[in-house]
Design a protein around this ligand. Structure first.
Ligand SMILES: CC(=O)SCCNC(=O)CCNC(=O)[C@H](O)C(C)(C)COP(=O)(O)OP(=O)(O)OC[C@H]1O[C@@H](n2cnc3c(N)ncnc32)[C@H](O)[C@@H]1OP(=O)(O)O
Ligand SMILES: N[C@@H](CCO)C(=O)O
Length: 308
């Protein structure tokens, strides 16, 4: 939430230049408040775990959030019970036909990164979701494969297969300390990574509409902004629980897959020991900052979303 300060107090400009939310008394007097409408397009197989992870983060701000769960219309979930999907999710077809608008949209990752985008069965509908988001959503956030898919659709940013899985907790540099999305971030941030693909910094740099906010020397770009469309792409997993990388590692070991111990995750890289969560605070900061930024800038009247 912003702080209201007189516009001629030195702290007004100093804090604002640092990225702190500062408001003049004049603007504060004119603030309208309503619940924010956030949609989660959940493409992950373990949908309940993912609902919990994102709801926990976007639910930790002082603002009232209405969460809508959306699924691809014709995709039958193999790993989440049909009655759960029936009870809590709306198919995108229905959302599109309703004309509903949202302040925010999160598109999750999906374990289909080894496939060309066009071989994902719901690719055509997903492209429709992306185009719809430009006219019905104020701000979008694509996560891991969801971010890569969105960045491919809008910017032609290619993903590349890695020889070895990028797997573990990696240090990332804060490249934009004054960005409102990184308010309160340390200069150096530890983030869970779990993917077989990457996007490359040189491909991002060739697209002037994109800015890199967080990047790692070891696993490359992480958080990218398309400011003109209020869109963020994150290729790593700040939302993961303490044990998510462990679950993925144990699953792959049990399946006999050649997988290394996730880097810098277990104490002394010993998978028999209990991992500790060293990213939770930055997860809350990032998603809290996103919600805050939406709250500051989304139109009060929902029907004005997507017009500017
Ligand atoms: C890169 C990122 O975005 S990271 C995010 C992905 N991470 C995760 O999913 C972690 C958790 N996932 C898992 O542990 C595993 O995927 C499991 C154990 C749930 C299932 O693994 P498997 O049995 O090997 O694969 P399975 O055949 O169930 O397919 C996994 C998912 O991909 C979907 N899928 C597979 N091929 C395709 C395709 N061509 N088009 C669309 N979806 C596909 C499946 O439908 C399933 O999703 P669903 O549960 O929503 O139906
Ligand atoms: N995070 C994913 C990567 C595969 O897409 C997993 O390990 O399941």
């Amino acid at each position: 939430m912003p702080i209201t300060l007189p516009e001629n107090l030195p702290a007004f400009d100093i804090l604002r230049n640092e990225g702190v939310m500062v408001m003049s008394p004049d603007r504060a007097a004119r603030q309208d408040i309503r619940p924010l409408r956030i949609a989660l397009l959940n493409l992950m197989p373990k949908k309940i775990q993912t609902e919990n992870q994102f709801a926990r983060l976007i639910g930790a701000t002082p603002l009232q959030i209405n969460l809508s769960l959306i699924r691809m219309s014709d995709h039958e979930s193999k790993n989440t019970a049909a009655d759960h999907m029936e009870s809590f999710y709306r198919p995108f077809n229905e959302v599109e036909a309703s004309g509903d608008r949202f302040d925010g949209l999160i598109v999750t990752g999906a374990p289909v990164e080894h496939l060309p985008f066009e071989e994902v069965t719901y690719w055509d509908e997903l492209r429709r979701v992306f185009d719809w988001s430009r006219t019905h959503v104020h701000s979008s956030f694509g996560v891991c494969w969801g971010g890569m898919a969105m960045a491919w659709h809008f910017h032609g940013l290619p993903k590349h297969l890695l020889g070895d899985k990028a797997f573990g907790c990696f240090r990332h540099r804060n490249l934009a300390p004054a960005s409102p999305y990184l308010r309160g971030f340390s200069d150096d941030v530890l983030i869970p990574v779990s993917r077989w693909t990457e996007v490359r910094q040189e491909d991002i740099d060739a697209r002037p509409e994109l800015t890199t906010l967080l990047a790692s020397d070891q696993v490359g770009p992480c958080l990218i902004e398309d400011a003109a469309h209020r869109t963020l792409y994150i290729f790593n997993h700040l939302e993961y629980d303490s044990g998510t990388l462990k679950d993925e590692y144990d699953r792959d070991v049990a399946a006999g897959k050649p997988i290394g111990v996730p880097a810098n995750y277990y104490p002394e890289d010993d998978p028999t020991r209990c991992p500790s969560n060293r990213w939770r605070s930055h997860a809350h900061l990032l998603y809290g900052n996103w919600i805050n930024e939406i709250y500051q800038n989304t139109p009060f009247d929902l029907k004005d979303i997507g017009k500017g």
